[in-house]
Design a binder for this molecule. Structure first.
Ligand code: 5AD
Length: 344
């Protein structure tokens, strides 16, 4: 088994069967070895530097009805909001002062939010913060919209494919959502010139080991610059309310595999991981993650952006908690750096 891990580290590629064996492995020594190899790989590329991204949740209105997501259209219990451009710029200003040089604008697919409005917002951030990276995480759009936003100054785009298996995709999403279209969007993003991020939820309802192998092979071949993986966590007013949460252990195992597969990738230790386990953030970093994304959204809106129950948004998960985060990362031998941290 260790030979497989060495092969992945050296060649950055395995067969589906080989990935399946890594996922099935129960041997603690082997798993520790994999983690250690992943951590060494991260160290080689990034030293002990952790990049920070300020996450601004721009709004929770959404045209989609994904069965797992707390801000799905069909959830009547969410108080909906949308930040104004001034609100967003103010979040950026605060973030800039704290040392953030990447702003991530994430939100539901709000039908009232026009491409033009988003384009002007991106352009305003670009003018005001010329030395910062702008990352968008606003879902599926037309190729033309992606191009306009890129020209306006956006540099990166996050769009998780959620699952590469079509049948599984249809278990997670209503019929009007198309797995083919999602992959098409990812292709457009890459062609447009974005540093592109994709990823999955670990342990989403119906997910099998075979599905994870398909995700691994897809991400190997797509070669995204960013890979976001977090455990599925149920939200009480979704159709998946009674489903169990994903596994922290499998999540960090996947982080290590992705690190060995794509040594230079930007891999966040996600909020979902930190939500599910008190030291989840640290576990993710020790498994090979090198990015954290503290929440920069206005405090009064944060709890409305509830993708899942008990989502961490304060303390070390918040931009104001940067000091706590710094201390916690220091305790495991890492330091926060404030440069943009582009993919190299
Ligand atoms: N649990 C964990 N992650 C979730 N996301 C949405 N709902 C949940 C949930 N219940 C993730 C999706 C999406 C990202 C913004 O948040 O993967 O792409």
């Amino acid at each position: 088994m260790k030979r497989l891990i060495d092969k992945l580290r050296n060649e950055h590629s395995l067969t589906g069967q080989e990935y399946a064996r890594l996922l099935a492995c129960q041997d603690t020594d082997t798993l520790l070895y994999m983690q250690q190899q992943a951590r060494e790989t991260t160290h080689k590329h990034f030293g002990n530097n952790i990049y920070i991204r300020g996450l601004i949740e721009v709004g929770n209105r959404c045209r989609n009805n994904c069965y797992y997501c707390g801000i799905r259209k069909g959830n009547p219990d969410v108080e909906r909001y949308a930040l104004s451009r001034e609100n967003i710029l103010e979040c950026c200003r605060k973030g800039y002062e704290l040392g953030f040089r990447t702003f991530v604008l994430q939100g539901g697919e709000d039908p009232a939010l026009t491409d033009q409005w988003t384009e002007e917002t991106v352009a305003a951030i670009r003018r005001r913060f010329p030395d910062c990276a702008i990352t968008l995480s606003l879902g599926e759009k037309s190729k033309e919209a992606y191009e306009r936003l890129f020209r306006a100054g956006a540099n990166r785009y996050l769009l998780r494919h959620e699952t590469r298996n079509e049948e599984h995709y249809r278990k997670l999403h209503p019929a009007e959502m198309s797995p083919t279209h999602r992959l098409q969007c990812l292709q457009w993003l890459k062609e447009t010139g974005y540093q592109t991020g994709t990823g999955i939820m670990v342990g989403s309802p119906g997910q099998t080991r075979e599905h994870l192998v398909e995700d691994l092979l897809f991400i190997e071949q797509f070669h995204p610059q960013m890979i976001g993986i977090g455990p599925f966590i149920p939200h009480h007013s979704t159709p998946f309310a009674a489903q169990p949460a994903g596994s922290v252990e499998t999540t960090i195992r996947l982080i290590s595999i992705f690190r060995l597969m794509h040594p230079a990738a930007l891999i966040p230790s996600t909020t979902a991981l930190a939500t599910l386990s008190a030291d989840g953030r640290e576990k993710g970093i020790l498994a090979g993650a090198n990015v954290v994304m503290p929440n920069l959204s206005p405090g009064e809106q944060r709890k409305k952006y509830a993708l899942y129950d008990n989502k961490a948004a304060f303390g070390a998960e918040a931009a104001e908690g940067l000091h706590e985060l710094t201390q916690r990362l220091k305790a495991i031998g890492y330091r926060i750096v404030t440069d943009r941290g582009d993919y190299k």
